[in-house]
Design a protein around this ligand. Sequence first.
Ligand code: AMP
Length: 285
Amino acid sequence: MEILRTAGEFRAWSRKTRLAGQRHGFVPTMGALHEGHASLLREAKRRADVVSLSIYVNPTQFGPSEDFQKYPRTWEADVATAEREGVDAIFAPQTLYTPDSITQVVLPGWNAVLEGEIRPGHFDGVATVVAKLFHIAECDLAVFGQKDAQQALLVRRMIRDLDLPVDLVVAPTIREEDGLAMSSRNRYLSSEDRSRSVVLSRALGASVDAWKGGETSPEKILAAGWRVLGGTPPDSVDYFTLLDPDSLAVLDARATLEGPAILVVAARYGSTRLLDNAVLGNVWA
Ligand code: AMP
Protein backbone atom coordinates (compact mmCIF):
# COMPACT_ATOMS: atom_id res chain seq x y z
CA MET A 1 0.00 0.00 0.00
CA GLU A 2 1.38 3.38 -1.00
CA ILE A 3 1.18 6.47 1.18
CA LEU A 4 1.03 9.57 -1.00
CA ARG A 5 1.54 13.01 0.52
CA THR A 6 1.19 15.43 -2.36
CA ALA A 7 -1.38 16.06 -5.08
CA GLY A 8 1.33 15.40 -7.68
CA GLU A 9 2.17 11.99 -6.22
CA PHE A 10 -1.49 10.97 -6.06
CA ARG A 11 -2.21 12.09 -9.62
CA ALA A 12 0.90 10.29 -10.93
CA TRP A 13 -0.15 7.10 -9.12
CA SER A 14 -3.67 7.35 -10.53
CA ARG A 15 -2.46 7.96 -14.09
CA LYS A 16 -0.13 4.98 -13.88
CA THR A 17 -2.91 2.64 -12.73
CA ARG A 18 -5.31 3.90 -15.40
CA LEU A 19 -2.70 3.60 -18.12
CA ALA A 20 -2.41 -0.03 -17.05
CA GLY A 21 -6.12 -0.34 -17.83
CA GLN A 22 -7.26 -0.51 -14.21
CA ARG A 23 -10.47 1.03 -12.98
CA HIS A 24 -9.83 3.37 -10.05
CA GLY A 25 -12.31 3.62 -7.17
CA PHE A 26 -11.82 6.47 -4.69
CA VAL A 27 -13.14 6.92 -1.13
CA PRO A 28 -12.70 10.40 0.38
CA THR A 29 -12.74 10.63 4.19
CA MET A 30 -11.56 12.74 7.10
CA GLY A 31 -10.04 9.68 8.80
CA ALA A 32 -10.95 8.33 12.26
CA LEU A 33 -12.11 5.34 10.26
CA HIS A 34 -14.83 3.02 11.50
CA GLU A 35 -16.85 0.19 10.03
CA GLY A 36 -18.91 2.67 7.96
CA HIS A 37 -15.78 3.83 6.12
CA ALA A 38 -14.61 0.20 5.77
CA SER A 39 -17.89 -0.65 4.05
CA LEU A 40 -17.25 2.15 1.50
CA LEU A 41 -13.79 0.70 0.83
CA ARG A 42 -15.31 -2.74 0.27
CA GLU A 43 -17.90 -1.25 -2.09
CA ALA A 44 -15.11 0.46 -4.06
CA LYS A 45 -13.19 -2.82 -4.21
CA ARG A 46 -16.22 -4.63 -5.59
CA ARG A 47 -16.57 -2.07 -8.39
CA ALA A 48 -12.96 -1.17 -9.24
CA ASP A 49 -9.55 -2.77 -9.80
CA VAL A 50 -7.63 -0.39 -7.54
CA VAL A 51 -8.89 1.54 -4.54
CA SER A 52 -7.58 4.77 -3.08
CA LEU A 53 -8.57 6.40 0.19
CA SER A 54 -8.00 10.02 1.10
CA ILE A 55 -7.59 11.08 4.72
CA TYR A 56 -7.80 14.83 5.08
CA VAL A 57 -9.54 16.87 7.76
CA ASN A 58 -10.68 19.67 5.48
CA PRO A 59 -10.52 22.98 7.38
CA THR A 60 -12.79 24.87 4.95
CA GLN A 61 -15.86 22.83 5.84
CA PHE A 62 -15.65 23.65 9.57
CA GLY A 63 -17.18 26.83 10.98
CA PRO A 64 -15.12 29.05 13.32
CA SER A 65 -16.74 27.61 16.46
CA GLU A 66 -16.70 23.97 15.27
CA ASP A 67 -14.50 21.03 16.19
CA PHE A 68 -11.72 21.27 13.54
CA GLN A 69 -8.92 21.31 16.13
CA LYS A 70 -10.35 18.49 18.21
CA TYR A 71 -11.67 16.37 15.31
CA PRO A 72 -10.31 12.86 16.04
CA ARG A 73 -7.07 11.99 14.23
CA THR A 74 -6.19 8.29 14.46
CA TRP A 75 -3.50 7.82 11.78
CA GLU A 76 -2.02 4.46 12.86
CA ALA A 77 -5.39 2.78 13.31
CA ASP A 78 -6.54 4.22 9.96
CA VAL A 79 -3.51 2.79 8.15
CA ALA A 80 -4.22 -0.61 9.74
CA THR A 81 -7.86 -0.45 8.58
CA ALA A 82 -6.78 0.49 5.06
CA GLU A 83 -4.27 -2.40 4.97
CA ARG A 84 -6.91 -4.81 6.20
CA GLU A 85 -9.38 -3.68 3.53
CA GLY A 86 -6.82 -4.06 0.74
CA VAL A 87 -6.54 -0.36 -0.10
CA ASP A 88 -3.88 0.29 -2.76
CA ALA A 89 -3.03 3.88 -1.91
CA ILE A 90 -3.74 6.39 0.86
CA PHE A 91 -3.66 10.06 -0.07
CA ALA A 92 -2.93 12.02 3.10
CA PRO A 93 -1.81 15.55 2.21
CA GLN A 94 -0.56 18.09 4.74
CA THR A 95 -2.80 20.65 3.07
CA LEU A 96 -4.77 21.01 -0.15
CA TYR A 97 -4.77 24.81 -0.24
CA THR A 98 -2.25 27.52 -0.95
CA PRO A 99 -2.58 30.36 1.57
CA ASP A 100 -3.95 32.66 -1.16
CA SER A 101 -6.44 30.24 -2.74
CA ILE A 102 -9.80 31.94 -3.36
CA THR A 103 -11.74 29.80 -5.85
CA GLN A 104 -14.78 27.97 -4.51
CA VAL A 105 -17.45 25.64 -5.84
CA VAL A 106 -20.79 26.93 -4.60
CA LEU A 107 -24.24 25.43 -5.12
CA PRO A 108 -26.37 28.51 -4.48
CA GLY A 109 -29.54 27.78 -2.56
CA TRP A 110 -28.54 24.18 -1.95
CA ASN A 111 -25.76 25.35 0.36
CA ALA A 112 -28.30 26.93 2.73
CA VAL A 113 -30.77 24.09 3.34
CA LEU A 114 -30.95 22.32 6.74
CA GLU A 115 -27.29 21.38 7.46
CA GLY A 116 -26.23 24.29 5.28
CA GLU A 117 -28.41 26.72 7.21
CA ILE A 118 -27.07 25.53 10.56
CA ARG A 119 -23.46 25.38 9.32
CA PRO A 120 -23.03 28.41 7.00
CA GLY A 121 -20.26 27.81 4.47
CA HIS A 122 -20.05 24.09 5.27
CA PHE A 123 -21.25 22.86 1.88
CA ASP A 124 -19.09 25.40 0.00
CA GLY A 125 -16.11 23.82 1.78
CA VAL A 126 -17.36 20.32 1.00
CA ALA A 127 -18.09 20.97 -2.69
CA THR A 128 -14.76 22.74 -3.19
CA VAL A 129 -12.67 20.04 -1.54
CA VAL A 130 -14.53 17.22 -3.31
CA ALA A 131 -14.03 18.96 -6.68
CA LYS A 132 -10.33 19.38 -5.90
CA LEU A 133 -10.01 15.76 -4.81
CA PHE A 134 -11.76 14.52 -7.98
CA HIS A 135 -9.40 16.60 -10.15
CA ILE A 136 -6.37 15.22 -8.36
CA ALA A 137 -7.59 11.61 -8.10
CA GLU A 138 -8.77 11.34 -11.71
CA CYS A 139 -10.80 8.38 -10.45
CA ASP A 140 -13.41 6.44 -12.41
CA LEU A 141 -15.79 6.20 -9.48
CA ALA A 142 -16.14 7.59 -5.98
CA VAL A 143 -18.01 6.05 -3.06
CA PHE A 144 -19.84 8.22 -0.53
CA GLY A 145 -22.05 7.23 2.39
CA GLN A 146 -25.77 7.79 2.58
CA LYS A 147 -25.05 8.69 6.23
CA ASP A 148 -24.36 12.23 4.98
CA ALA A 149 -27.31 12.31 2.60
CA GLN A 150 -27.30 16.03 1.89
CA GLN A 151 -23.59 15.86 1.09
CA ALA A 152 -24.18 12.96 -1.32
CA LEU A 153 -27.00 14.87 -3.02
CA LEU A 154 -24.79 17.95 -3.45
CA VAL A 155 -21.94 15.88 -4.87
CA ARG A 156 -24.38 14.22 -7.27
CA ARG A 157 -25.62 17.63 -8.45
CA MET A 158 -22.09 19.03 -8.76
CA ILE A 159 -20.99 16.05 -10.88
CA ARG A 160 -23.99 16.61 -13.14
CA ASP A 161 -23.70 20.39 -13.39
CA LEU A 162 -19.94 20.39 -14.03
CA ASP A 163 -19.88 17.22 -16.21
CA LEU A 164 -17.29 15.68 -13.91
CA PRO A 165 -16.18 12.30 -15.29
CA VAL A 166 -16.85 10.40 -12.06
CA ASP A 167 -19.48 7.74 -11.34
CA LEU A 168 -21.00 8.37 -7.91
CA VAL A 169 -21.84 5.37 -5.75
CA VAL A 170 -23.83 5.99 -2.57
CA ALA A 171 -23.48 3.17 -0.03
CA PRO A 172 -25.87 2.38 2.84
CA THR A 173 -25.39 3.62 6.40
CA ILE A 174 -23.62 1.19 8.71
CA ARG A 175 -25.02 1.10 12.23
CA GLU A 176 -24.09 -0.05 15.71
CA GLU A 177 -26.03 -3.08 16.96
CA ASP A 178 -28.66 -0.91 18.63
CA GLY A 179 -29.21 1.12 15.44
CA LEU A 180 -27.10 4.25 16.08
CA ALA A 181 -25.48 5.30 12.81
CA MET A 182 -21.70 4.95 13.08
CA SER A 183 -19.90 8.28 13.15
CA SER A 184 -16.43 9.52 14.07
CA ARG A 185 -18.20 11.92 16.44
CA ASN A 186 -20.03 9.20 18.45
CA ARG A 187 -16.93 8.94 20.66
CA TYR A 188 -17.77 12.39 22.08
CA LEU A 189 -21.03 11.08 23.63
CA SER A 190 -21.25 10.40 27.37
CA SER A 191 -22.46 6.88 28.13
CA GLU A 192 -25.86 8.22 29.13
CA ASP A 193 -26.21 10.21 25.89
CA ARG A 194 -24.95 7.21 23.93
CA SER A 195 -27.85 5.15 25.32
CA ARG A 196 -30.38 7.92 24.69
CA SER A 197 -29.19 8.47 21.11
CA VAL A 198 -30.68 5.18 19.92
CA VAL A 199 -33.98 7.08 19.72
CA LEU A 200 -32.86 8.73 16.45
CA SER A 201 -32.80 5.54 14.40
CA ARG A 202 -35.99 4.34 16.15
CA ALA A 203 -37.79 7.55 15.24
CA LEU A 204 -36.70 7.20 11.61
CA GLY A 205 -37.88 3.57 11.74
CA ALA A 206 -41.31 4.59 13.03
CA SER A 207 -41.73 7.08 10.18
CA VAL A 208 -40.51 4.55 7.62
CA ASP A 209 -43.01 2.02 8.99
CA ALA A 210 -45.83 4.55 8.57
CA TRP A 211 -44.74 5.16 4.97
CA LYS A 212 -44.46 1.43 4.31
CA GLY A 213 -47.97 1.07 5.69
CA GLY A 214 -49.19 3.29 2.86
CA GLU A 215 -49.15 6.69 4.56
CA THR A 216 -48.50 9.47 2.00
CA SER A 217 -49.04 12.51 4.22
CA PRO A 218 -45.64 14.01 5.20
CA GLU A 219 -47.31 15.39 8.33
CA LYS A 220 -48.45 11.94 9.48
CA ILE A 221 -45.19 10.24 8.47
CA LEU A 222 -43.27 12.80 10.53
CA ALA A 223 -45.73 12.63 13.44
CA ALA A 224 -45.02 8.89 13.79
CA GLY A 225 -41.32 9.68 14.26
CA TRP A 226 -41.90 12.67 16.54
CA ARG A 227 -43.94 10.45 18.89
CA VAL A 228 -40.89 8.20 19.33
CA LEU A 229 -38.48 11.13 19.63
CA GLY A 230 -40.71 12.62 22.31
CA GLY A 231 -40.32 9.46 24.43
CA THR A 232 -36.55 10.02 24.91
CA PRO A 233 -35.97 13.54 23.68
CA PRO A 234 -32.47 14.62 22.66
CA ASP A 235 -31.20 17.85 24.26
CA SER A 236 -32.51 19.54 21.12
CA VAL A 237 -33.61 18.62 17.62
CA ASP A 238 -32.28 20.83 14.82
CA TYR A 239 -34.60 19.24 12.29
CA PHE A 240 -36.65 16.12 11.63
CA THR A 241 -38.12 16.52 8.21
CA LEU A 242 -38.53 15.23 4.65
CA LEU A 243 -36.41 16.40 1.72
CA ASP A 244 -37.05 16.15 -1.99
CA PRO A 245 -33.83 14.57 -3.33
CA ASP A 246 -34.06 16.28 -6.73
CA SER A 247 -34.85 19.87 -5.70
CA LEU A 248 -33.50 19.66 -2.13
CA ALA A 249 -36.72 21.37 -1.05
CA VAL A 250 -38.10 20.61 2.40
CA LEU A 251 -41.44 18.91 1.70
CA ASP A 252 -44.59 20.75 2.66
CA ALA A 253 -46.13 18.81 5.56
CA ARG A 254 -49.60 19.18 4.03
CA ALA A 255 -48.64 17.96 0.55
CA THR A 256 -48.91 14.34 -0.62
CA LEU A 257 -45.78 12.29 -0.98
CA GLU A 258 -45.51 11.30 -4.62
CA GLY A 259 -41.90 10.49 -5.49
CA PRO A 260 -38.94 9.33 -3.40
CA ALA A 261 -37.95 11.38 -0.36
CA ILE A 262 -35.29 11.43 2.32
CA LEU A 263 -36.20 11.63 5.97
CA VAL A 264 -33.42 13.52 7.75
CA VAL A 265 -32.75 14.17 11.41
CA ALA A 266 -30.13 16.20 13.27
CA ALA A 267 -30.10 16.34 17.05
CA ARG A 268 -27.82 17.56 19.79
CA TYR A 269 -26.52 15.79 22.88
CA GLY A 270 -24.50 18.34 24.80
CA SER A 271 -22.13 19.85 22.25
CA THR A 272 -22.30 16.80 19.97
CA ARG A 273 -24.55 16.90 16.91
CA LEU A 274 -25.70 13.61 15.43
CA LEU A 275 -27.13 13.17 11.93
CA ASP A 276 -29.13 10.30 10.55
CA ASN A 277 -31.56 9.67 7.72
CA ALA A 278 -33.66 7.09 5.92
CA VAL A 279 -34.70 6.90 2.31
CA LEU A 280 -38.31 6.51 1.26
CA GLY A 281 -38.19 5.03 -2.22
CA ASN A 282 -35.42 4.76 -4.75
CA VAL A 283 -33.45 7.95 -4.11
CA TRP A 284 -30.06 6.98 -5.53
CA ALA A 285 -31.17 5.37 -8.79
P1 AMP B 1 -16.25 11.48 7.08
O1 AMP B 1 -14.87 10.95 7.24
O2 AMP B 1 -17.08 11.39 8.31
O3 AMP B 1 -16.30 12.82 6.42
O4 AMP B 1 -16.97 10.49 6.07
C1 AMP B 1 -16.35 10.00 4.92
C2 AMP B 1 -17.36 9.19 4.17
O5 AMP B 1 -17.81 8.11 4.97
C3 AMP B 1 -18.61 9.99 3.75
O6 AMP B 1 -19.00 9.62 2.44
C4 AMP B 1 -19.62 9.54 4.79
O7 AMP B 1 -20.96 9.65 4.34
C5 AMP B 1 -19.22 8.09 4.98
N1 AMP B 1 -19.73 7.55 6.25
C6 AMP B 1 -19.62 8.12 7.48
N2 AMP B 1 -20.28 7.36 8.39
C7 AMP B 1 -20.82 6.31 7.72
C8 AMP B 1 -21.63 5.19 8.11
N3 AMP B 1 -22.02 5.00 9.36
N4 AMP B 1 -22.01 4.31 7.14
C9 AMP B 1 -21.62 4.49 5.84
N5 AMP B 1 -20.86 5.53 5.42
C10 AMP B 1 -20.47 6.43 6.35
